[in-house]
Design a binder for this molecule. Structure first.
Ligand code: SAM
Length: 290
């Protein structure tokens, strides 16, 4: 991106990177607690012996250096490392403010993390996406990141059943100057997606992000696969489900449905896939030609 483009994009100060991200104690503290829980649950769940969870001098947790994988040292994100990652996230000021307002609300742990939002925006930019869908908006953090990444003529269909959360989201779309790009569908997401298909919108979307009811993932995926064009992308959040998917002792309904969904996706030849351990884990799916 040229300097001109950077200056142009950030001419609205609310869209410029937030200088406070690296010192945002609330986010980091919250994540530290979650991270500690996650590392121990992965250690418990995995078939690797505990001795393979080494702490190196740099504080990185090496989760495997198995010869099978060319002795490649795979590391896990520690609280300190995550803090460092956050210092390398360019979170726009408006997203920072939305995150801070959301942190005072019930359910704030549902919001995607700043590094996840940045990755979603990056995918939208790489794709040159113009038509996007989000399933599960909450107060709008991920949808605002997507809308900011869309070009002027771009459109995001934002599906959410909770009116109160949508009020917050819409306030921030307005403040960020992107409300003309966002078409809010208040109601059950599956119903909205079905009516978009009935409306003849199949194969017309470039990008979709799924972050709602976990037991509905398979249904959302099937509907979105119809709505997204060949080469389009569907990203699904929470595919690692706090590490529970890898723990055979955890068998609650949500964990089982995410585990089953991941297994089915692994065998699904209609898409190319990449599971990425960012936030609570995402899977990026790219629709293949039939
Ligand atoms: C994990 S939160 C979304 C977080 C959001 N992506 C963010 O980054 O801030 C999930 C949201 O999905 C909504 N939701 C759950 N089931 C839904 C359904 N069947 N239809 C529409 N929205 C739903 C919930 O009300 C909640 O706001």
């Amino acid at each position: 991106m040229s300097c001109w483009m950077i200056a142009h994009r950030w001419s609205n100060p609310l869209v410029a990177p937030c200088p406070r991200l690296s010192v945002c104690g609330a986010v980091i503290t919250q994540f530290v607690v979650r991270c500690n829980r996650d590392v121990s649950s992965v250690a418990k769940a995995s078939s690797f012996p505990l001795s393979s969870f080494e702490s190196s001098k740099s504080d990185a947790v090496i989760v495997t250096a198995d010869k099978k994988y060319g002795s490649k040292q795979v590391i896990s994100v520690t609280p300190r490392l995550y803090e460092y990652i956050l210092t390398n996230v360019r979170e726009p000021q408006i997203l920072c403010e939305l995150r801070e307002e959301t942190s005072t609300m019930r359910g704030s742990q549902m919001q995607v993390s700043p590094d996840q939002a940045q990755l979603l925006a990056m995918l939208v930019e790489i794709l040159g996406a113009k038509r996007c869908i989000e399933v599960g908006v909450y107060t709008g953090y991920s949808s605002l990141a997507i809308a900011l990444a869309l070009p002027e003529g771009g459109r995001l269909i934002a599906c959410e059943k909770d009116a109160k959360s949508l009020d917050v989201a819409q306030k921030y779309y307005e403040r960020a100057g992107v409300s003309h790009k966002v078409d809010v569908k208040h109601g059950l997401a599956a119903d909205s997606l079905k009516s978009m298909i009935l409306n003849g919108e199949s194969c017309s979307y470039d990008f979709a992000f799924v972050d709602a009811e976990k037991r509905m993932y398979q249904e959302y995926f099937e509907l979105l696969l119809q709505l997204v064009r060949v080469g389009g992308i569907i990203v699904l959040d929470n595919v690692l489900w706090h590490g529970k998917v890898a723990d055979p002792l955890v068998n609650d309904k949500q964990t089982i449905s995410i585990r089953n969904f991941n297994k089915k996706l692994m065998e699904d030849e209609r898409v190319s896939i990449s599971m990425v351990p960012i936030g609570d884990g995402i899977t990026i799916c790219r629709k293949r030609e039939n």
